[in-house]
Ligand binder design. Structure first.
Ligand code: HEM
Length: 496
């Protein structure tokens, strides 16, 4: 009797689900919605995404469901875009209908609820702060003014490498440690006008070293940004406490806040004493519309953006060059031909075409930002011929765009020559989708290009690079940006 009852209940449930799936399919066909990746009732596709590398899972699904499809993350529906064509359609042509952001709870807390250029909606606040960052920091004119910081950064790295090799000629160099320290110093100089060795933070009751600063302002935030609050997927369960998660995110956010407040106060004291420093903070202080919280968030934004993605990209470029000797030789020969016995400078960059190809091929094969922070459709629109209703969230998978077999021959292979053969302008920074596209494309692409290219060129001009045996296939990634799972460790030998 009990078995019969269970069977009847099971049949009823199957019937209801069957009718629902049938209706869903019919509704999708009727409204011409994108295909849906099948998932489970209630949780949708969440279980299929549990291994924290969604860009790769999305790219695999694109092979079966096409460049545009929908998935369910709990109760929310997400449209995923996986080709350059449909991604550009969303980011450029349909931008007026898809210009707002949808932030996870973690990102909302960590970015003071959209008080950053990169996470704000396309509103008056965004237009004001985007103008500030371009004029003072990231536009071509501002980057010229900041040239000294880059030159100091590169010569420090070369000197440090020379010393390391002298002390231990056969030792292994941890590239990440070398590069990130110098890049962080550059970020502090750009944001606050000076490199800071330590600072006392009254709210934390202690003096923080530079390494502590890096951990609080960069490492903890990058980790925090991918901390998932399961309630994001079930907004109707928001009332259920998730206190451990909340305490952790609030701790990361308030540590950042207190540290930034101390750094800013310290610099303000200097400015008040008449020290004139050309930096982003100084410029923002003259913008009367900005609150203290805005200032803290905006100055921190520059520190984290300058410190992370460029380091991720340069590490991947040096990994590929250390692995592919022929490419390293070709780059060295190009540098010899163009620069002779002079040291490479930024003035040489437009003539170094192979270097430019190495930069773009690394952006393509190892896109540092694999998925653009989620966009939000605020009025009904169409993408790839499908209807996308208002209220839908959009994930743009830049990794899949740059690894798409239709656009790129043998996309898995890192081959800089593909950019020599193509019809691209040398100065075009958007040969791939790595910097996004349209009005919200990366504002820091010029800085990223200058730092990455001049560093690679000087590294190869002065030294020979070789991977540690067994590291050839270590291409796994970790974090919000596509950082190498293992720091790059290499043998480095002076050329002369
Ligand atoms: C290789 C290095 C970099 C890569 C691959 C990269 C990638 C991106 C991408 C894909 C976006 C677009 C997000 C979207 O469309 O929603 C973006 C936006 C942005 N990036 Fe970068 N980025 C890099 C370096 C930098 C640097 C060095 C800075 C500043 C120091 C920076 C500042 C910004 C800002 C401010 C935005 C927001 C622009 C806006 O919303 O209007 N980026 N970046």
């Amino acid at each position: 009797m009990e078995m019969l009852l269970s069977l009847v209940v099971a049949l009823l449930i199957a019937g209801v689900l069957g009718v629902k799936i049938g209706l869903d399919r019919r509704k999708r066909r009727q409204f011409n919605e994108p295909p849906a990746v099948p998932g489970l009732p209630l949780i949708g596709n969440l279980l299929q995404l549990k291994e924290k590398k969604p860009h790769q899972t999305f790219a695999k699904w694109a092979e079966k469901y096409g460049p545009i499809y929908s998935i369910k993350t709990g109760s929310s529906k997400l449209i995923v875009l996986n080709s350059t064509q449909v991604a550009k359609e969303a980011m450029v042509a349909k931008f007026p209908s898809i210009s707002t952001r949808k932030l996870s709870k973690a990102l909302a807390v960590l970015t003071s609820n959209k008080k950053m250029v990169a996470t704000s909606d396309y509103d008056d606040f965004h237009k004001l702060v985007k103008r500030c960052i371009i004029i003072n920091l990231l536009g071509a004119g501002a980057q010229k003014q900041l040239r000294d910081h880059r030159d100091v950064m590169v010569s420090n790295m070369i000197e440090n490498l020379e010393t390391t090799i002298k002390e231990n000629p056969d030792g292994v160099v941890n590239f990440r440690e070398l590069f990130k320290d110098e890049l962080f110093q550059l970020a502090l100089k750009e944001a606050l006008g000076l490199d800071i060795d330590s600072i006392y933070v009254p709210e934390l009751g202690k003096e923080l070293t530079k390494q502590d600063l890096y951990n609080v302002l960069v490492v903890d935030l990058m980790r925090g940004a991918i901390e998932v609050d399961w309630r994001d997927f079930f907004p109707y369960l928001r009332w259920v406490p998730n206190s451990k998660w909340e305490e952790n995110i609030q701790r990361i956010a308030s540590n950042k806040f207190f540290v930034m407040k101390s750094l800013i106060n310290e610099q303000k004291r200097r400015f008040d004493q008449g020290e004139v420093v050309n930096c982003y903070l100084n410029y923002l202080l003259s913008e009367k519309a900005l609150t203290e919280e805005d200032l803290i968030s905006l100055v921190w934004e520059v520190i984290i953006e300058a410190s992370d993605t460029t380091a991720v990209l340069t590490e991947w470029a040096m990994y590929e060059l250390a692995k592919n000797f022929d490419c390293q030789d070709q780059l060295y020969n190009e540098i010899k031909e163009v620069c002779g016995s002079e040291k490479v400078t930024e003035e040489h960059l437009p003539q170094l075409l192979y270097l430019n190809s190495v930069f773009h091929e690394t952006l393509r094969r190892h896109s540092p930002v694999p998925i653009v922070p989620l966009r939000f459709v605020h009025e009904d629109t169409q993408l790839g011929g499908f209807l996308i209703p208002a209220g839908t969230e959009i994930a743009i998978n830049l990794y899949a765009c740059n690894m798409n077999k239709k656009d790129w021959d043998e996309p898995d292979i890192w081959r800089p020559e593909r950019f020599l053969e193509g019809a691209h302008e040398v100065s075009d920074l958007y040969k791939t989708m790595a910097f996004g596209a349209g009005k919200r494309a990366c504002a820091g692409s010029i800085q990223a290009m200058l730092i990455t290219c001049i560093s690679i060129a000087r590294f190869v001009q002065e030294f020979e690079w070789r991977l540690v045996e067994g590291d050839e296939d270590k291409v796994d990634t970790v974090q919000l940006t596509a950082q190498r799972l293992q720091p790059l460790c290499v043998y480095v030998k002076a050329r002369n």
